[in-house]
Design a protein around this ligand. Structure first.
Ligand code: PLP
Length: 415
């Protein structure tokens, strides 16, 4: 996208006009939460002002309007994911809850003690801890695959680790630290060869790349609304309907039942079986508006932009002595740049950048096993999105050089 196009898009995001510490905000933390376009706020506002009521329950007009909009949001999510059947889409609070749903419902009903879940070392904790919980109380075994020489997950090792006890292969689609796209088809094929499911954490892919769960051949896919420009409190799980309809509920309560007696209940069809209680209606509508917005910009255009910015940032940072960057290089990488200024704690780096109005994240990024594999305790992380400009990336690189120089100067040699 050229600079003019980005300038036009930026007008859709009111928060980008903010100043922080007396400087124009440079928001480089979109991997944590993307900013929200005006169209999403308008959709949520319109629902709240004109159509708000509880869904699926009332015979009255407002309830029917709310239900129509909520179910249209479900169909919109299905379309965004390339899923032919919206019954496979369950609204959740976020990607974390979606992955917990799979671990709970599938893991506890379809896996036996000793069965295996294969994960990668580069997973977010959201795609590790649910499997650990399953291991603790259900006796399944969680195995991990490490990085190869090129800095990507070693897919040969992953294929070799899949065996007769493997029931789930769980992987990210885009890594929240390494920033590259996992080739899902290859992983799904390897999982299916032994009858295992391929479960995908798409939290970082959904904002950046076009998703087609049918073409990728995966069995479950999770993502969060707040990373695609939608509200917090909403996310989605897509799961193959033929699998989902065989699973027991995750949570119990209203909306998810067929019949309740005082001592037993039977459960609704999918997807309602997995949506106990009143859902996040306005948030689901906001999520659908966010997906409309992204498709309006064009996922391919967004991905090209993210890749160009990452290449630009890496070129700039790699030219700086005393700055380390992480992750593989290549056209499959976009959006995310983890880095360290040698000898400076990443929280100090982030604080210094914040003083210049630049928002980056610092820490282990909920990826402690990956930090260990990279040989670091933590990193700073800049992340870009469709509204990030080339000038912001160049300013960020210059600011990192400034941080490095400041700390180099601040450390006086002991006389
Ligand atoms: N997976 C990845 C790769 C992420 O980056 C994140 C959030 O940072 C999550 C899962 C969890 O997302 P949420 O906190 O919205 O559930």
């Amino acid at each position: 996208m050229d600079d003019d196009r980005i300038a036009v898009l930026r007008r859709d995001f009111p928060i980008l006009e903010r100043r922080v510490n007396d400087r124009p905000l440079v928001y480089l933390d979109s991997a944590a939460s993307g900013q929200m376009p005006e169209a999403v706020m308008a959709a949520v506002d319109d629902y709240r002002r004109h159509h708000h009521a509880n869904v699926h329950r009332g015979a009255h007009t407002l309830s029917a309007e709310a239900t129509d909009r909520y179910e249209a949001a479900r169909a919109r999510v299905a379309r965004f994911l390339g899923a032919p059947d919206p019954r496979g889409v369950v609204f959740t609070r976020n990607a974390t809850e979606a992955l917990n749903l799979v671990a709970h419902a599938y893991g506890r009903s379809r896996m036996q003690p000793g069965d295996e879940v294969l994960v990668t070392v580069a997973e977010h904790h959201a795609n590790l801890v649910p499997w650990h919980l399953l291991a603790q109380d259900h006796g399944v075994v969680v195995k991990g695959v490490g990085l190869g020489a090129d800095g990507r997950v070693d897919l040969d090792a992953l294929e070799a680790a899949i065996g007769p006890r493997t029931k789930i292969v769980a992987t990210f689609h885009v890594s929240n630290v390494l920033g590259y796209v996992q080739p899902l088809r290859r992983i799904a094929d390897a999982a299916h060869a032994v009858g295992a499911l391929c479960v995908v954490d798409g939290a970082q892919a959904a904002p950046h790349v076009a998703i087609d769960v049918a073409a990728a051949g995966v069995d479950a896919y999770a993502f969060s609304g707040h990373k695609v420009g939608g509200p917090t409190g909403i996310g989605a799980l897509w799961m193959r309907p033929d699998v989902l309809e065989t699973l027991p509920p995750f949570l119990g309560g209203g909306e998810m039942i067929r019949k309740v007696e005082v001592d037993r209940s039977t459960y609704a069809d999918i997807p309602m079986r997995f949506e106990a209680g009143t859902p996040a209606i306005a948030e689901a509508i906001g999520l659908a508006a966010a997906l409309d917005y992204l498709d309006g910009v064009g996922m391919d255009a967004i991905w090209d932009h993210d890749r160009e910015l990452v290449a630009r940032a890496l070129r700039g940072l790699d030219a700086l002595d005393g700055v380390e960057t992480y992750g593989p290089r290549g056209p499959d990488r976009g959006g995310i740049v983890p880095f360290n200024v040698v000898g400076v704690h990443p929280h100090d780096v982030a604080s210094f950048l914040d003083a210049e109005g630049i928002a980056v994240r610092a820490g282990h990024h909920c990826a402690q096993p990956l930090m260990k594999a990279l040989g670091v305790a933590s990193t700073a992380r800049a992340s870009f999105w469709l509204y990030t400009t080339r000038a912001e990336v160049d300013g960020f690189v210059a600011a990192v050089a400034g941080v490095r120089d400041f700390f180099a100067g601040a450390v006086e040699p002991v006389a």
